[in-house]
Design a protein around this ligand. Sequence first.
Ligand SMILES: Cc1cc2nc3c(=O)[nH]c(=O)nc-3n(C[C@H](O)[C@H](O)[C@H](O)COP(=O)(O)OP(=O)(O)OC[C@H]3O[C@@H](n4cnc5c(N)ncnc54)[C@H](O)[C@@H]3O)c2cc1C
Length: 412
Amino acid sequence: MSLALIAEGFCGRRPERILPAACPLRERYDVIIIGGGGHGLATAYYLAKDHGIRNVAVLEKGYLGGGNTGRNTAIVRSNYLTAEGVAFYAESVSLFQSLSNELDFNIMYSERGHLTLAHTDAAIRTARWRAEVNKHLGVRSELIDPPEIARLCPQLNLSSKARYPILGALYHPPGAIARHDAVAWGYAAAAARLGVELHPETEVTGVVKQGNRAIGVETNRGTVHAGAILQAVAGSSSRVAAMLDLRLPIRTIPLQACVSQPLKPFLDPIIVSGSLHIYVSQSTRGELVMGGATDPYPLYSSRSTLEFKEGLMSHMLELFPFLAGVKVMRQWAGLADMTPDFSPVMGLTPVENYFIDAGWGTWGFKATPVCGKRLAETIATGKPPSLIAPFALDRFADFVQIGERGAASVGH
Ligand SMILES: Cc1cc2nc3c(=O)[nH]c(=O)nc-3n(C[C@H](O)[C@H](O)[C@H](O)COP(=O)(O)OP(=O)(O)OC[C@H]3O[C@@H](n4cnc5c(N)ncnc54)[C@H](O)[C@@H]3O)c2cc1C
């Protein structure tokens, strides 16, 4: 240990706090946000920054960013299948690209390129379809052949003798990864600087209504009133909505992931194989961040299973046989709120003054900035902007779903 470090330890200086210290809950706020994940924190930030609405409280039952925001595999992309989906996620990618500067917080955004491998003729057809929709909407995506894949990722097993040989890939150059905790902390710190109150360990246990109007929430720290309320509780959406007798078209299913021991950098692009049900990227710390399909049945539990790890690894070794001796370092799970059309639910609800941000399944991290920005606009103006209007809750009653299953990373 250097002398300078020892001297620093004795001088009594403490690093500046990223987040403000706890404060008492007030009796009323203009806006209450239930859920201190990336989406809730981003919405609070844009309410204050874009609309001058600063009397805002974010109520989080655990610690900020401790839900799915801190559990995902941090992939950002906009190569979706529907016009609505592509336009929505494209705005998010564009916000992500300048987010470190905007928040004055390094979110370690790293543009790697995203390869969705196709092992069957059907997968090639879907890749071509996605590439054409993407290009039409100004998003960079193209179908590439094995020699081009080999150029971008020479480590991949491209042998024609593999069990499922790789026939082509959808290549999406803007595909990226980011440090997911930093996204939550960056939004939290920037929102707090603008006057937003952050309340960890504050669980919402009920919603107070007057007729059909939401006017406040009950919490483990007492009742708080609000002009408007947003629920942004991915993984708990149905449970919180049930407090208002709102039924959502959502099934909650665990989604697992794991990381390997750190390795020297060798994998630049993000690799996804829908047929093998796996995806992998290498983090800036050198760990391989790996995930796959959701668990086979709905459950409110974040336990990890050996089955998941065994299945994932057998397929990983088909793509990268030389990783056979590498150890898995950590494994965990989050909760995916799956909708029937694999698209989110955002905007108004049948209850006045109660807004929703739900149905984020396996795809919500990449939407954090756009969701925050556009939901803040919805709350401030009372009207969902055109970018998120198609994702309204009532689309399920009106049979106008936005089918994005074909653009999910892996089959679920
Ligand atoms: C293993 C895994 C991998 C994933 N990989 C990706 C990926 O690569 N790319 C991608 O785009 N998406 C991915 N996702 C999905 C993504 O993580 C989520 O969609 C996203 O994080 C949702 O963010 P959020 O802020 O809405 O929710 P969360 O971060 O879950 O925040 C919701 C918060 O609400 C709180 N809460 C719940 N109930 C209450 C209550 N009653 N009172 C107060 N607070 C409450 C929770 O504690 C939680 O902190 C993945 C998810 C998992 C689990």
